[in-house]
Every structure is written in C-alpha cells, then in structure tokens.
Ligand binder design. Structure first.
Ligand code: COA
Ligand code: NAP
Length: 287
C-alpha cells in the first residue's frame, strides 16, 4: 500500500470510529450485574480498575486487591463516589497463596458470597531473552501464571457454593506469535490460557465458567507505557487494523458481557479484544 492510499485508509477508519463513538458500557442496563460479587486482582489500576468500575456501576459488589493498599484505597474511594457502591480494598501479593485466601475470605465476610474472579494482576517489562535473569523470568511467571493459580484455587469453593461461578483471566495475544522481548510474559500468559481451557473442562460440572479476555494494545495503561514507550506507540498503532489503541472501557464491556446472562453458554473461550492486531499479517504492517 503506498503512503497516500495508507493515509486515506487510516482517515476513513478514523472517521468511521469518531462517527460511531459512544461509551461502550452505555449499552448495558442499570442493575445488569446486581446480585453478583467479584474479586478483582490488579483492580486498583489500569484495565482492571476499569472492570471494577464497570462492575460496580452495574450493581456488582466488588473487592479489589493488589500489593499497594494506598492505591487500592484511592480507587475504592473514587468508585464509591462514582457509583455509590462500597468497594472493598484488601492488599495482597498474588505470589502469596495464604494472602490470596485471606482476600477471598474478606470478600465473602463482607458480601456473603463470591461468585466471580477477575485475574488481572500482572507484571511485565521489555527484555531480550538473553538478558533475562532466572529471577526475572520467574518473577513474571510467578505473578501472572502462578498468582492466577493461587487465586482460582482460593476462590473455587466460593464459586461452587454460590452457583453461576465465573473466572475471567486477563491474558494477552503475545504468545500467538513470536513476540520479541516478551519471552517471560508470553510464557506466562500462554500458561494462563491453558489454565482457562483446563479449568473450564474440570469445573464446568460445578457450575463454574472459565474464560480469558485477551486485550490488544490498550491506550493510557501501564502495560502500553512499558511495552510501547515514546515513538514505539505510533508504530504499534500501525499494526492495528482498526487504526487505534483500544480503550479500557472496551475491555470492561467484554467483562460485563461475560458476567451477564447473555454469556451463560460461554466457557473455555478466549475473547480477543484487540482491534484485529493479532490477525494482521506481518507484510501489511511493514508496507
Ligand atoms: N529487564 C530485565 N530484568 C528486569 C527488569 C527489566 N526491565 N525489571 C525487573 N527485572 C528483574 C530484576 O532485575 C529481578 O531480577 P534479579 O533478581 O535477577 O536482578 C527480577 O526481575 C525481579 O525484579 P523485582 O524488581 O525484584 O520484582 P518485583 O517483584 O519488585 O516487581 C516487576 C515485579 C519487575 C514485574 C515490576 O515491574 C512490577 O511490579 N510490575 C507491576 C506493574 C506492571 O508491570 N504493569 C504492567 C502489566 S502488563
Ligand atoms: P497495570 O495497571 O500495571 O495492572 C497490573 C496490576 O497488577 C496493578 O494494579 C498492580 O498493582 C497489580 N500487581 C502487580 N504485581 C502484583 C502482585 N505480585 N500481586 C498483586 N497484584 C499485583 O497494567 P495494565 O496495563 O492495566 O494491565 C492489566 C492486565 O491487562 C494485565 O494482566 C496485563 O497483562 C493485561 N494486558 C494489558 C494490555 C495493555 O495494553 N495494557 C494488553 C494485553 C494484556 P500493585 O503494583 O499495587 O501490586
């Protein structure tokens, strides 16, 4: 594609986007998630803060957790002001299985049950494989994969008891191809997608659905600040067929949908929300 054609193509995509732009969460009705109780790891910031906000907005009781109590408290206060819901904020490192059990117990004590887990806690940085120390690789796998295991393990009895249980694992699309500088995170997220499929099979009979949401590049997030700093963001955008980064609310909308009755027959699936980024051919992004 020559530069002129490319520019016109991008302009059409941009005009199409602006002309249809509205908040993706506005399609859901008030009270759509009333009666549900969710524990959301990584819920103090970024994408999972957006999921926590959307869940609270639609009536779900929410417990957010991550390592930093001050960040969690600020987010809980913000969500209370926005939605009127009391959001429980309990600090824990997902690498500590006992701490994660305490989070689930606290949520159950406060809200009477837990029927939903969103596994969003993660750590990442750009590093060539050759420069990864054993501890660097292990740290990311311990947060993303083993931390997610700690959370599903801690929450399973509550999900089974509550009925209509749901686990949403926030993964990525890094491992669909060889992604440079991302060996650690790709390995971890591939493991989490494997966990989604295995648990969907093992826990379906207990009334627990298990799904992944795989975001593509989402604007104004820590993930993108780390993975596409400065000029790299412009290049990253060119690899998205829809011509833009996604928005936090577009991931939140997927999470609301998956928690709703409309998704009651969906389990074991990975919902890719990436503007087509992961299906774009390499030659297209080079032209
Ligand atoms: N390149 C290579 N190695 C790195 C690195 C980088 N940019 N950043 C950290 N590491 C290595 C450290 O050197 C250390 O290895 P070593 O002991 O062999 O030196 C190992 O990773 C652990 O680092 P540490 O800082 O002790 O880990 P932590 O548990 O305090 O923090 C991180 C975890 C590193 C993932 C940190 O970036 C974090 O807390 N991230 C959370 C937020 C985030 O990543 N958001 C984006 C989500 S997509
Ligand atoms: P983020 O704001 O940095 O979210 C990560 C969260 O995890 C933070 O709230 C962090 O809080 C928490 N966390 C990190 N280590 C933890 C630990 N050991 N124990 C408990 N909590 C921990 O980044 P984000 O970009 O929004 O990413 C959110 C999720 O989306 C991640 O799973 C990420 O892999 C995925 N994702 C993001 C993108 C993107 O474009 N941003 C793309 C694909 C996938 P504390 O520091 O307080 O612990």
């Amino acid at each position: 594609m020559d530069n002129g054609v490319r520019a016109r193509f991008r302009l059409c995509v941009a005009i199409g986007y602006v002309s249809t732009m509205s908040n993706p969460l506005d399609v859901f009705r008030d009270g759509a998630l009333a009666g549900h109780v969710a524990v959301i790891t990584g819920g103090g910031t970024g994408i999972c803060k957006g999921i926590a906000a959307a869940y609270a907005r639609f009536g779900c009781d929410v417990c957010i957790t991550s390592r930093k109590q001050d960040v969690l408290d600020a987010t809980a206060a913000e969500l209370k002001a926005a939605t009127g819901k009391d959001v429980l904020a309990v600090a824990a490192d997902v690498r500590d299985p006992d701490a994660v059990v305490r989070v689930v117990e606290a949520a159950r004590a406060r809200f009477g049950k837990v029927d939903t887990l969103v596994n969003g806690a993660a750590g990442n940085f750009l590093a060539p494989a050759v420069a990864l120390s054993p501890n660097a690789f292990k740290t990311v796998v311990e947060i993303d994969l083993i931390g997610s295991f700690h959370a599903v393990r801690a929450v399973f009895p509550s999900l089974r008891d509550a009925g209509d249980g749901l686990i949403i694992n926030i993964t990525a699309t890094l491992h669909y191809h060889g992604t440079p500088l991302q060996l650690h995170a790709s390995a971890a997220k591939a493991g989490v997608d494997a966990m989604t499929r295995n648990l969907a099979v093992e826990w379906g009979g207990a009334g627990v659905r298990v799904v992944s949401i795989a975001p593509g590049p989402i604007g104004d997030t820590e993930g993108m600040r780390r993975l596409a700093p400065g000029d790299a963001a412009k290049k990253a955008k060119q690899a998205v067929p829809l011509g833009r980064f996604g928005e936090v609310d577009e991931i939140a909308a997927a999470a609301v949908y998956l928690r709703s009755a409309a998704a009651a027959y969906i389990t074991g699936a990975v919902l890719v929300v990436d503007g087509g980024n992961s299906v774009m051919g390499a030659m297209m992004s080079l032209t």
